[in-house]
Design a protein around this ligand. Sequence first.
Ligand code: JFZ
Length: 482
Amino acid sequence: MHIPKKYLNRHLLLVGMAACWLGIAQSQGQQIPLKHGAHRSGPRTDAAMQTWRGYGLGQFIHWGVYAMLEGAYQGKNYAGAAEWIRAWKEVPNAVYDSLYTRFNPSAFNARAWAAMAKQMGVRYLTFTTKHHDGFCLWPSAFTNYTIANTPFKRDIVKEVVDAYTQAGIDVYLYFSVLDWNHPGWRYQLKNSNDSIAFNTFKQFTWNQLTELATRYPSIKGFWFDGTWDESWKKSGPFTDSLEQHLKSLIPGLVIGSRLRADELGNRHKDANGNLMGDYEQGWERKIPDSRTAVGNNDWECVMTIPENGWGYAKKWMGHWKTPVELLEMTAKCVSLGGNFVINFGPMANGAFRPEEEETAATIGRWMKQNHQAIYNSSWASGWAKQDWGYITQPRQPNKINLIVFNVPVAKTLLVKPPKGTTIVKATLMVANKTALTIKPVDYGEVQIILPAKWNAAEPFVIELQTEFNQKQNNAEGPKANT
Ligand code: JFZ
């Protein structure tokens, strides 16, 4: 079909006008009306959230009866994450579901765990109370599948919450909504029988969470998981009331974006693109590569040491991250305004594997020296990312920390302060706190000059003291010749 050019042009014009109108409608913020979408726009500003925002480094612990199988069955290694081993066809459900009758972690010592975490320098813990298998590490009154019915009997959640809290480390409870052990769980709601069954499951979930919040009132939040199935996505209004209910039980409670769905089934972000929950919880084993990727939201990245596996596996497959790699990820996350959380998977007897103890100790030695660049620090607005490492902004005004991972051959670090900001002092934060030479160069860039014989054995921090000059900020910068 041939369309004369003049019609084509007119047609394009009309299409263009329509697109433009839609664009205007959207930019004027025409919102989809939602009862169960985000209830807040922008980050939380209260003290509890300020604390969360300042953690920098956290510890995750995945522990449950899956640790007893050690990521293998009858001599064969499971290729998936060890805490998922029940889903492997090689393992009969009956075998897995009776493991708990032998769960007896004789080496478990919550105070030793908390001491290791403290030495490592983590400021919060997320601990699995119940993973997808449904086994509860606390004596829940709503199921028999709990620690109370193991030979061990002790309330592991209580011991962990108490020991960490006493050590000054905030505790968050991981809770899998998905529960392979509960008869009412459904992946989908295909008919009214499914809905009836799933209603019993929702009540059970409500009861268990109320129980956790009531038994362990010192916790600072929940970390939800297993909320991705159709059945849960269709329960938007319920997820909303559940969240509000938990927040009414513990003031300041922090809950990420993995609990709720809106009434249209959207998760994490509602139909209008607003985050549901206090921080973005989708950064799992991946780190954003720019500040734009996270927008204005609080966020956290959770990371495994081996490639993919949270629960204990005897054989770690693939690459295990070195302490320096984990520290670099920590620095990167903090420099982009997020927290970084490193996972540990204790053995069935309750002790940590040597690789994890070693990792915690090495990270701790570095944190002891350099935590000023990680704690209560965030994105340094206006300072461009540099190849030598990461820039973080502590809460004190006029201070900036540079965390250096790659020392340039020239032994000079280039930085570009935001307009109006001058660097007045640069201090190498090791041993005798050497003051470094600052040399302004062209285009508002500044060289920080390292001692000529500087040989860094590990990443290090340089503290900058800055001054802000309003006049300079208003002055016109150099004009580019373009
Ligand atoms: C979940 C669990 O299935 C896993 O066992 C572990 O507990 C982990 C912390 O969370 O796994 C997920 C959940 C979400 C994503 C990926 C793995 N995700 O959003 O990309």
